[in-house]
Design a binder for this molecule. Structure first.
Ligand SMILES: *[C@@H]1O[C@H](CO)[C@@H](O)[C@H](O)[C@H]1NC(C)=O
Ligand SMILES: *[C@@H]1O[C@H](CO)[C@@H](O)[C@H](O)[C@H]1NC(C)=O
Ligand SMILES: *[C@@H]1O[C@H](CO)[C@@H](O)[C@H](O)[C@H]1NC(C)=O
Ligand SMILES: *[C@@H]1O[C@H](CO)[C@@H](O)[C@H](O)[C@H]1NC(C)=O
Length: 374
C-alpha cells in the first residue's frame, strides 16, 4: 500500500518527444500488459515481499535469482518484449522515480481475477488471493497515463505503436469457482460475466487510445499439474488420450469460444482497432500432445510432473510449495512443461511465445518481430 502511494506522488517524466521521433510503424515501440501470474513480472513480489528470498528456485534458470516471476525464467511477455527489441516490462508497483517507461509497463498481478473481490464475497465463494482485479489494473493504467502522454493527439500518436495485452486473465476466477462449486457444469454460468468484464476493460482501453490489443484465451487447465492433483479421478474415462482431465478442457474451450464471440462483436464496433486473439489453449495443448517433439519428457506421468514440488504422480503437493525446504527442484527444467504445479517452465513459455509471434496461434497476426525468439 505504501509503495503505491509513494509511487503516485513521485511520478513525473518527460520523454515523449523521443518516443514519437523514433517511432517505427512496422514494429511495436511499447507494450502495456494486464493479467495474472502468467505475465506478472514483479508486481505481486513487490507488494508482498520486496526483499526476495535469494535462495528461492524461482528465476533460477534465466535470471539466476528470483525476479518476481512465477516461473524458473522468462514468461511469454518477456519473450514478446525481446522479440520486438524492447526491454522486459517493468512492474508498475516497482517503478522508481524518473524510470524510463516509454517502452511500456506491466500491470499484471499474480493471483489477479477478472471479477472484483466483492463478487466472491457477496456470493460466499472462495475468495481469490488478492483484490487486485483487472479493473484495479485498469485504474493503475489510467493513473499512470498522464506521465506517458499529455493530450489526445500526443497519446494517439504514442499508442499507435503500442501493443496492449488484456490477459491471460480469468484463470484465477475459474480456480476460485472450481474450489467453491466442485462442479464443472455450474462453472459455465459465470463465463458471460467474466467475458463481459474483459470486453468492458478492453473497450475502456480503446477509449484511452489503444488501437492494437491482444486478448488471450485461457489455457488447457485439464492438463495443469495442480488441477490434475486436486481433481484427481479414479475413473480412466475422465482423462483424454494424453492424460488431461477432459471436462476441464472442454470447459475452457467453451470459455474461449464465448470470449471469441465477444471479441468479434467488439471488432465490429471498433473497425479502427486491431483486436488480436491469442489461442493459448491450442498453443499449449500441442506441447502435452507431443512432448517428445518439443524436447520434453514423455510418458504420461513425466509429461505432467512439475519440476519443482514434492511427491505424488505429478510431483505436486498443495501443502508443500516450490521454494519451501521440503520441495525438490528437478535437474533439467528444460525437459519439463510444468514448473511448480500451477505454472509452466521457461521452456514451455518460450514455445508458446514462438507460437504467438511466429504463428499460427495469434489471429490476426502480430507485427513482424525484430528478433527471432531464442
Ligand atoms: C524491482 O526493480 C529493481 C531494479 O529496478 C530490480 O532489481 C528488482 O528485482 C525488482 N523487484 C521486483 C520484485 O520485480
Ligand atoms: C485491497 O485490500 C487491501 C487490504 O487488504 C486494502 O488496503 C486495499 O485498499 C484494497 N484495494 C482495493 C483496490 O480494493
Ligand atoms: C459493461 O459495460 C456496459 C456498458 O457500459 C454495462 O452496461 C455493463 O454493466 C458492463 N458489464 C460489466 C460486467 O461490467
Ligand atoms: C503414474 O500415475 C499413475 C496414476 O496417476 C500412478 O498410478 C502410477 O503409479 C504412476 N507411475 C509412476 C511410475 O509414477
Amino acid at each position: 500500500m505504501k509503495m503505491i502511494i509513494i509511487f503516485y506522488i513521485t511520478f513525473a517524466c518527460n520523454f515523449l518527444g523521443n518516443v514519437i521521433s523514433h517511432a517505427n510503424p512496422l514494429s511495436y515501440e511499447s507494450i502495456f500488459n494486464f493479467g495474472d501470474s502468467i505475465s506478472d513480472t514483479g508486481n505481486a513480489a513487490t507488494y508482498y515481499h520486496p526483499s526476495m528470498d535469494e535462495n528461492s528456485p524461482y528465476g533460477s534458470t534465466y535470471f539466476k535469482h528470483p525476479s518476481g516471476r512465477v516461473s524458473n525464467g522468462r514468461l511469454i511477455i518477456d519473450f514478446l518484449a525481446q522479440a520486438y527489441g524492447l526491454p522486459m516490462l517493468p512492474a508498475y508497483l516497482n517503478l522508481t522515480q524518473g524510470q524510463d517507461i516509454k517502452h511500456g509497463v506491466n500491470f499484471a498481478f499474480a493471483g489477479a481475477t477478472v471479477l472484483d473481490i466483492d463478487y466472491f464475497i457477496q456470493k460466499k465463494l472462495n475468495p481469490p488471493s488478492t483484490n487486485i482485479s483487472l479493473t484495479v489494473q485498469l485504474d493503475w493504467f489510467k493513473k499512470l497515463k498522464p506521465s506517458l502522454c499529455k493530450n489526445k493527439q500526443e497519446c494517439d500518436n504514442y499508442f499507435k505503436n503500442s501493443l496492449f495485452l488484456v490477459g491471460e486473465i480469468g484463470g484465477n476466477d475459474i480456480n476460485a469457482l472450481i474450489l467453491s462449486y466442485n462442479n464443472i457444469a455450474e462453472l459455465r454460468e459465470i463465463v458471460p460475466l467474466i467475458v463481459e468484464t474483459i470486453i468492458n476493460v478492453t473497450t475502456e482501453l480503446i477509449k484511452e487510445g489503444a488501437v492494437e490489443i491482444a486478448v488471450p484465451g485461457n489455457f488447457p487447465i485439464g492438463c495443469n499439474s495442480a488441477v490434475l492433483t486436486i481433481m484427481n479421478s479414479d475413473n480412466k474415462d475422465d482423462y483424454d488420450q494424453f492424460g488431461c482431465l477432459a471436462a476441464y478442457n472442454i470447459f475452457i474451450k467453451y470459455y474461449n469460444w464465448r470470449l471469441n464471440q465477444a471479441i468479434e462483436t467488439l471488432r465490429q464496433k471498433n473497425s479502427h482497432v486491431k483486436i488480436i486473439y491469442f489461442d493459448y489453449y491450442s498453443d499449449t495443448k500441442r506441447l502435452f500432445e507431443a512432448p517428445q517433439q518439443y524436447g520434453f519428457y514423455f510418458g504420461k506421468n513425466d509429461t505432467f510432473k512439475a519440476c519443482c514440488g514434492k511427491g505424488g504422480p505429478y510431483n505436486v503437493d498443495i501443502h508443500i510449495f516450490c521454494g519451501s525446504s521440503k520441495a525438490t527442484v528437478c535437474s533439467d527444467p528444460s525437459k519439463h512443461i510444468n514448473w511448480d504445479g500451477a505454472h509452466l517452465t521457461e521452456a514451455a513459455y518460450r514455445l508458446i511465445a514462438m507460437g504467438i509471434v511466429e504463428g499460427p496461434f495469434a489471429s490476426p497476426s502480430l507485427k513482424s518481430p525484430v528478433f527471432k525468439i531464442a
